[in-house]
Design a protein around this ligand. Structure first.
Ligand code: PMP
Length: 379
């Protein structure tokens, strides 16, 4: 899969050739029977990947943010209050979406790089005043994987709907729609699923759909689940033109996920994360994210003193590997390495090699292959 430039940002992730082949098939009518069959399979596979036999999948043209919006506007009505648990930039986005639609909300946050303890969620939900809880599995800004299974259990206990943003986790870290009692799980195609961007994925429970039914009207047209429901039950129907090529690409990506096997895939993500961190450690780089809540899908190493973010990333790009800058309070102090989707030892090796070389270009140490040697032990 290695190409001239390797994109190691936390989404979009490198797209496997088999997925690009599916994307590049000739565009056909959205009502072509062959495409309708592909769309149907894509929806079925979506349910399998989130371990949700009872889940109702929605796959629409858009991105993760659209799926966040769909979850909130369809599940919360006038008089409902939302509790947002936020570990950073993308958790905060739930608050912004709620603000945009006038949805009353409270938020629990914590210092960047840490996770909100479940006890705080329990306290906040104790009075039963919240109709739903919104949480982020992996906040891509901080590299934190939150204890969302526990949060979801607490939401259940208090009768609040559980909405999970899995954008930086789904298909890279364990998620169980049915077993965790989730009501909405959302993601984008371009992250751990390994497909190109362009598709928003949302799966909801029957409870969530009943909530939508109970709302007379929602402040949405394209994002209204009720308008999409007939299409998701029968993809031969029309509401708005589906992105034919992108859905075929997502279907191929989901096929690869299931072919690899969910447990094997999560295990690979764990091994890749360990290898990347061993390599970073060998270079003396520390991680921003607190130990105990580090995601398997990305790493956020802090720069050593004297290394300038823009210079380092330009040097890495000149060596053929693109990394992402950090966000918010961490901007300039760290960089972000995405290692999710269909990346393996080859990509990790190339990324670590570029990091070691780029640090040397910035006057920090020499490129001697230390990172690679340390990572190799994990493969
Ligand atoms: N949530 C998380 C955790 C994300 O990482 C992102 C994108 N980086 C989003 C939501 C928003 O997704 P999109 O950019 O596809 O709208």
């Amino acid at each position: 899969m290695i190409r001239e430039t390797l994109t190691m940002i936390p989404g979009p992730t490198p797209v496997h050739d088999a997925i690009l082949d599916a994307l590049g098939r000739p565009t056909v009518s959205h009502q072509d029977p062959a495409f309708v069959a592909d769309f149907r399979r894509c929806l079925e596979r979506t349910g399998e990947v989130v371990r949700g036999p009872s889940a109702r999948p929605f796959v629409v043209g858009g991105a993760g943010t659209l799926a966040m919006e769909m979850a909130l506007v369809n599940l919360l009505g006038p008089g409902d209050r939302l509790l947002v648990v936020t570990q950073g930039y993308f958790g905060d986005r739930f608050r912004q979406v709620a603000d945009a639609f006038g949805i009353a909300h409270d938020a629990l946050d914590c210092p960047w790089g840490q996770a909100v303890p479940p006890e705080r969620v329990r306290e906040a939900l104790a009075d039963g005043g919240h109709a739903a809880l919104a949480m982020t599995h992996v906040d891509t800004s901080t590299g934190v994987a939150a204890p969302v299974e526990e949060y979801a259990a607490i939401a259940r206990e208090h009768g609040a709907l559980a909405i999970l943003d899995g954008v930086c986790a789904t298909a890279g870290m364990d998620e169980r729609f049915d077993a965790w009692g989730l009501d909405a799980l959302l993601t984008g195609a371009q992250k751990a699923l390994g497909a190109p961007p362009g598709v928003a994925v949302l799966v909801v429970s029957d409870r969530a759909l009943a909530r939508r039914e109970a709302l007379e009207r929602v402040p949405a047209y394209y994002a209204d689940l009720k308008r999409w429901m007939p299409v998701m039950e029968n993809p031969a129907l029309y509401f708005s033109t589906p992105p034919v090529n992108e859905i075929r690409a997502l279907d191929a990506a989901l096929g690869l996920v299931l072919e690899e096997g969910l447990d094997a895939r999560f295990d690979r993500h764990r091994r890749v994360a360990r290898a990347v961190r061993a390599g970073l450690g060998a270079l003396g780089l520390e991680l921003f994210t607190a130990e105990g809540c580090r995601a398997d899908t990305l790493s956020v190493p802090l720069y050593p003193d004297g290394v300038v973010d823009a210079d380092f990333r330009a040097a890495a790009a000149a060596r053929g590997v693109v990394f992402a800058g950090a966000l918010g309070p961490v901007a300039g102090k760290a960089f972000r390495i995405g290692h999710m989707g269909n990346v393996g030892p080859e990509e990790v090796a190339r990324a670590l090699d570029a990091i070691e070389g780029a640090l040397a270009d910035c006057g920090h140490g020499e490129a001697r292959g230390r990172a690679l040697a340390a990572a190799a032990e994990h493969f």
